[in-house]
Every structure is written in C-alpha cells, then in structure tokens.
Design a protein around this ligand. Structure first.
Ligand code: UDX
Length: 445
C-alpha cells in the first residue's frame, strides 16, 4: 500500500512540501494550529506569494473541481496520528527575541502533540532548520512518549523562496539523517521519483544532516558577504565589482552564482541561520570555528548603512530633511512577497527615520510592507512612487523594474538620480536617458 504522509506546519515550507508530496502521488494530510491558515489552504488559496504553488494546490486539494483529491488539511492531531505513516515536521524556528539562538518552541510543541497520537511504526521526519543536537534530543523524546517502533529521520530542506515548488519537486540533493535501514527504506520510497530523476540521496547521521543545512546557508551568506567586501574595496580603489565577479566566476572552483554585490542578504533564513549557528557553536565550545560568521553578518549589515549614505550624498549630502526618496522594492528578493529582514525596507526605514519623505513601491510585497512599516509612504506603481523624487533607489531586483522606461520615469522625478542597490539595471540605458546612475562597488561614470 502506498505510504500516507502528513505535514505538520503549513507555512512556506510545509504548504509547499504538502502540495509536492501530493504531486508525487501520495495521499497527504496537512496540519496547522492556526485554523485560518487551514481554511485558506483547504480552499486552495496560499497565504503568501510563491510562483506555481497555488496552481499545484488547486491540482490536488480535495473538494476543488478537477483535483486529484489527494491533499487534505486538518487541525486535529488525532486525525494526523491515525492517518500517517510518515510525518514531516515543517514548523518554523525563528530567532529568539533579543538573542542569536534559535527558538525551538514550535518544534518542541509539535513533537509533544504528535508523539502520543502516532501509530506503531510511524516515521517522524524533521525538516525544520534546528541547532545541531536537536534530532538526538527529539529521538529520545519519541522513545519516551510515542508507541514502540516509532522512529525519527532528519531531512533538511534547501528550498529557495520564489523557486520553492521547483526546488521541492526537483531537489539538488536529498539529505537524510537516520538511524536504521527501515527508516532509509521509507525515505527512499517517499523520494523515489526525484531520486529516479537523478537527485543525489545522501544518507548521514543526525548531527551531520542538521549541520548540512546550517553550513550550506553559512557558505551562501559568506559568498555574498565576500563579494560585498570586494565591492567596498572596489569603491575605494576605483574598480568595478560586477566585472570582478564575472572574471572570478569563470573559475569553476569559484562559480558565478551568489556573487551579486549590492545591499546584501536578508529574508527569513540566511540572517537568522548564521546567528543561530554561531550561538550553537558557542554552546558546544566551538565558537572560535565560526567567528568569521560575525564578520559575514557585519559586512552584510554595513551594506544597508552604506546605501543610506549614498542616498544622502545624492540628495545633497547633509540630511534627508525636505527630500523625497523613491524606493523601488520592499521584499528581500524578487518573486516573493516576504519582507522579513528585508534590506530594502530596512534602508527605506532608516531614511524615513532620518527625516526623508519615503515612497515605496513593490510588485508583490505592499501588504506585508505596510504591516511592518506603516509609517512609510506607499504608491501603487513605480511611476507613482518616483513622482517628484529627488533620488530613486532600486533595492529589489524585480523584472518589472528592469523593464521600466528610464525616459518615462525621468519625466516624473524632480532630479534624475538612480542608485542601483542590486547591480541589476542597464546602466547605459539609464545614462542615455539623462540619469545619473550609481551602483554599489562600481565607478561613477
Ligand atoms: C536561502 C537558501 O538559498 C535556501 O537554500 C535555504 O533553504 C533558505 O535560505 P532564500 O532565503 O529563499 O533561500 O533566498 P536566497 O535566494 O538564498 O537569497 C537570500 C538573500 O541573498 C536575498 O536577500 C538575496 O537578494 C541575497 N543575494 C543572493 C545577494 O545579495 N546576492 C546574491 O548573489 C544572491
């Protein structure tokens, strides 16, 4: 009989994972403790913007006309325990308030609720990003509180926002920390389709599986901060970081990806994950090994301040008082409506606090941005945002912004100065339309 799968926690990761499991042919039951979320998903609607996810849900959610009916949602732990052979725990692990460490309360609550409801022989699979050592602890908890034969596996998730569906259905690799052949057999059954398509299946112990995730994110963060450090040097020396990134990227050992200099990384993962990793290493007595991440973090945070300085310079140097600043982009990256720790909004907020009149426009992030920064000004289009602006800041590299007509925008602004915080616009096209174009880590024309 085909395995029955449950997904605990239907946020970004869980909603995508549940839909993907249904797409792979399994019967899936998703659980969340927030009834409103469950109601939305059961109606085939997604609480966030993620390309392709709503379509995938509509294809599988029971009750939607023409769907496979393989995907259902509930708020009942009892139903989940009775239904599932394999349970994926996908709840979030935010940064603790006022600390670097990871807040494990959602994971702990999920395991505590799930354990007594499980069927004999069920496999619980942790997907949340957790401090190394958590899986060992949770396995002991299951041994005490769940029926005999219940086992744990740890299966970190590497999906990128904006590509969540694709990354889940066709992962670069599947990493599974486990302790028995039976658990491996079950995990191979779950991932049979992507493995047959060629996704490598890497089996490890628990701590290694947990560390793969945090070290992968640390590496990516380091790569971005490395190129941003080079951008600082380029600015001081009159070099061009975009050319530099292209040139070093031809070396296959370095590679071209994740070398886009700009206002740095944000979002719900990289910043909090490197901080939680440092905190955990400290607890383990290995803090020296990760002191470089402190530098990675501070290079990254410096980028935001630097963009504010460039903007202040552009409007005359002393202050933002009486100046209008247009901000294109609010989300932490394009193709997402996520504004968590968004460098774009952070820059907009700093300028606002320094007395600038800021108007923000983002193709998908407006509602979330308004909630987080209600005191900023907002516009319904890029054209409206730049009206009367003394400087325009390009802070999230949406395609819509690359396709803007510089001449049309220039007719609306009070001066034609654009600062490209993502090194993504066509500098020549903007200059030809009479703009002063400045980017981070590149020479002034
Ligand atoms: C990241 C990891 O990529 C993913 O594997 C993990 O599972 C979750 O965290 P995500 O947060 O969706 O995914 O975003 P990502 O595409 O990694 O970008 C993170 C941030 O880095 C964004 O703010 C982006 O704008 C920035 N970035 C990325 C750069 O500044 N330069 C680059 O070259 C690449």
């Amino acid at each position: 009989m085909a395995l029955k799968i449950t997904v605990i926690g239907t946020g970004y990761l869980g909603a995508t994972h549940a839909a993907a499991m249904a797409e792979l042919g399994f019967e899936v039951l998703g659980l969340d403790v927030v009834p409103e979320k469950i109601e939305m998903l059961a109606a085939g609607r997604v609480p966030m913007y993620e390309p392709g996810l709503e379509e995938l849900l509509a294809k599988h959610v029971a009750g939607i006309e023409g769907s496979s009916g393989r995907l259902r949602f509930t708020t009942s732990w009892e139903e989940v325990g009775e239904f599932g052979d394999v349970h994926f725990v996908c709840v979030n692990t935010p940064q603790k308030h006022g600390e670097y460490a990871c807040d494990m309360s959602y994971v702990d609550a999920a395991f505590a609720s799930l354990a007594p409801q499980l069927k004999d022989g069920a496999l619980v699979v942790g997907k949340s990003t957790v401090p190394v050592g958590s899986a060992d602890r949770l396995a002991r908890l299951l041994a005490e509180q769940a029926p005999v034969g219940v086992e744990l596996a740890w299966n970190p998730e590497f999906l990128r926002e904006g590509f969540a569906v694709q990354d889940t259905l066709h992962p670069d690799r599947i990493v599974v920390g486990l302790e028995s052949e039976r658990a491996e057999k079950l995990m191979r059954e779950v991932y049979a389709t992507p493995v047959a398509e060629g996704s490598p299946f890497v089996v490890t112990d628990f701590p290694t599986a947990e560390l793969v995730k945090t070290s992968a994110n640390s590496f990516l963060a380091t790569k971005i901060s490395f190129i941003n450090a080079m951008a600082e040097v380029c600015e001081a020396a009159g070099g061009d970081v975009v050319k530099l990134a292209e040139a070093i990227g031809y070396d296959e050992r370095i590679g071209k990806k994740f070398l886009r200099a700009g206002i740095g990384f944000g979002g719900g993962c990289l910043p909090k994950d490197i901080r939680a990793f440092m905190a955990r290493a400290g607890e383990l007595g290995a803090d020296q090994a990760l002191t470089f991440l402190r530098e990675v973090d501070s290079i990254n945070m410096r980028r935001r301040g630097h963009m504010v300085e460039l903007a202040r310079d552009a409007v005359g140097g002393d202050s933002f008082l009486g100046k209008r600043v247009a901000v294109l982009g609010a989300t932490f990256k394009p193709d997402s409506d996520d504004v968590r720790d968004s460098p774009a909004l952070n820059v907009a907020g700093q300028i606002h606090l320094q007395g600038g009149q800021v108007t923000v426009y983002d193709p998908k992030g407006m509602a979330n941005a308004r909630r987080l920064f209600p005191t900023l000004g907002y516009a319904d289009s890029a054209l409206e945002a730049v009206r009367g602006a003394d400087v325009v800041l390009h802070l999230t590299e949406w395609r819509e912004f690359r396709e803007l007509d510089p001449a049309e925008l220039g007719a609306e602004t009070s001066s034609r100065i654009i600062l490209d915080g993502r090194n993504a616009l066509d500098a020549e096209a903007w200059r030809e339309a009479g703009w002063t174009y400045r980017a981070m880590g590149r020479p002034r024309a």
